[in-house]
Design a binder for this molecule. Structure first.
Ligand code: ATP
Length: 357
């Protein structure tokens, strides 16, 4: 089993190193048989090779069984022509990673900022929507007909909506069996009507799942007021991106927010947050986001390859993190705790070692 690790920019190298340390530990303790390959990408690679994402690294990702991608500072990259490829967007499109699964849950003893506890998953379409930089076959979907007029293209397809709906309903079947579709069909009467048409049609095939719809603006408020009423939330690309940051922060911190991008063939672990340049290199980043993302990848590999020990390794990570978070002295600074990235990772390794065989 080959995993490719791409550390990325900002806090990426720090949280990727922490994630590799935990994965290596489980690899040894639970005989996972995983080999790791780390490839430099992003601004560091650009300085050496004039590209943030060489073709050789793209090929290594395609050939791997799974990818762990650190956050990238793509907003600061030069143009694509000057070597600035957004690695995250590129991999999502070229490997057809259409489902971005973003869970958020509160934990016993850990303060949360919404009015109720939550345990929900945002299932975000990942390959179309309002991501105008990547939703065209040729050219970009954002353009300026005059210096004072800018237009952007939002793409919604029946196939894209249908497959994300199926992912969400399948997930709901293994959880509390409730799906909420989030949209803005009162304004985007054509594109979001198409999205809802497909989700409603898929809903008919899952009679055991309770189905409801919410406008995205109401949803933003309801996440603060009563997040406990939601289980699986299916939505389009941009809405999912924004709501998942909100949910993650309300659950305690963005630093807790793991996620996985999956398609029919490939899987990629990626924290929900960005590269946090404001705290990069200061040993202040919470690595839980990427470590939990890696646990999601282990679970995905476990299901795909029928490898029970991968699922057990994922569970060992989740349980150890929950145990540490109960103790306010074992938390990182974003959670009001005293630990830096390295000290937290060492504490997590100890906790895992106490239980994992
Ligand atoms: P980018 O430009 O790459 O999106 P950003 O700083 O604008 O970076 P995020 O990286 O999502 O956006 O960060 C938003 C805020 O959350 C920042 O103040 C950042 O320091 C904080 N943050 C994000 N991730 C973590 C983390 N893992 N641990 C601690 N704080 C984090």
């Amino acid at each position: 089993m080959r995993l490719v690790v791409l550390p990325g920019d900002g806090i990426g190298p720090e949280i990727s190193a922490a994630t590799c340390e935990i994965l290596q530990l489980l690899n040894e303790r639970m005989s996972l048989g995983v080999s790791f390959e780390t490839h430099e990408i992003g601004l560091a690679r650009l300085r050496r090779e004039n590209t943030t994402f060489p073709a050789s690294v793209a090929e290594a990702c395609r050939a791997a069984d799974g990818i762990v991608l650190g956050p990238v500072s793509h907003a600061t990259y030069p143009s694509r022509a000057a070597g600035g490829i957004n690695v995250s967007g590129e991999l999502r499109i070229t490997l057809d990673l259409y489902a971005n699964i973003r869970p958020s849950r509160t934990r016993e003893g850990l303060p949360h900022w919404g009015r109720t506890p939550m345990d929900l998953v945002i299932v975000r379409e990942n390959t179309e929507g309002f991501y105008a930089d990547r939703n065209m076959y040729w050219g970009v979907g954002e353009f300026m007909p005059t210096p004072d007029l800018a237009l952007a293209v939002r793409k919604i397809s029946a196939q894209g909506s249908r497959r994300i709906a199926k992912s969400g309903f399948e997930l709901a079947m293994s959880r509390r069996k409730k799906v909420t579709a989030v949209h803005k069909a009162n304004v985007m009467k054509v594109s979001d009507a198409l999205f809802l048409r497909e989700v409603r049609d898929v809903a008919k095939k899952y009679p055991d799942v309770m189905y409801e719809e919410q406008l995205v603006d109401s949803m933003a408020a309801l996440l603060v007021r009563e997040a406990s009423r939601f289980d699986v939330i299916i939505t389009t690309n941009m809405f999912g991106d924004i709501l998942s940051d909100e949910a993650a922060e309300l659950s305690g911190s963005l630093g807790l927010a793991g996620s996985i991008n999956t398609g029919e063939v490939h899987g990629m672990a990626q924290a929900q947050h960005g590269s946090a340049p404001d705290i990069a290199g200061q040993d202040r980043a919470n690595p839980i986001s990427l470590i939990l993302s890696a646990a999601m990848l282990l679970n995905w590999l476990s299901r795909k390859h029928h490898k029970e020990n991968f699922g057990l390794a994922a569970k060992a990570i989740e349980q150890a993190i929950d145990a540490l978070l109960k103790d306010s002295g074992k938390r990182t600074c974003d959670l009001g705790g005293p630990l830096g990235t390295k000290a937290f990772t060492a504490a997590l390794s100890n906790e895992i070692s106490r239980h994992a065989r």
